[in-house]
Design a protein around this ligand. Sequence first.
Ligand SMILES: [Zn+2]
Length: 186
Amino acid sequence: MKFYFYYGVMGSSKTANALMKKFNFEECGRKVILLKPSLDTRNGKTTIKSRIGLSSEAIFLDRATNIKDTLKNNYIYNVIIVDEAQFLSPSQVDELREMADSGIMVMCYGLKTDYTGHLFEGSKRIVEVCDTMREIQSMCSRCSTKAIISAKYKDDKIIYTGEIIDIGGEEKYITLCHKCWKSGSI
Ligand SMILES: [Zn+2]
């Protein structure tokens, strides 16, 4: 089966797209597992909610989790959908690739690059091994051309360096095209 990467900047409805895909597959009788990498050591079940109100139960994975082992006993599935796939470890991506090769459809949704403009570790491995990449497009918040980066800012100034993983929302990040990102302020 195929391994897909649907990527976009923050606020590009990736989670809503992932949840709609899950509902569509389930309507066709497919068995879907929704996974979400967690940045701390939480494991177990959680609920994923999108901004437009869709929600679904998902399984949290920390970076050390072996995906196959986690799903082995309690789940029947032929489709795996991953939200926030940029936070997968490279070895988890390799595991998903193997599962795709053995007949599971794998769909990863996530950010391609971080706020410094470089690939996330997990996204890098996905780009390397996936069959198909599709962009979920959105617009620059300033000039309405295509956005390519979730820029980090503080006091209207764009931040280009620092810790890569820094969870936040609109108070900290804004989606911009490359030209507006380079401009230094929002
Ligand atoms: Zn722009």
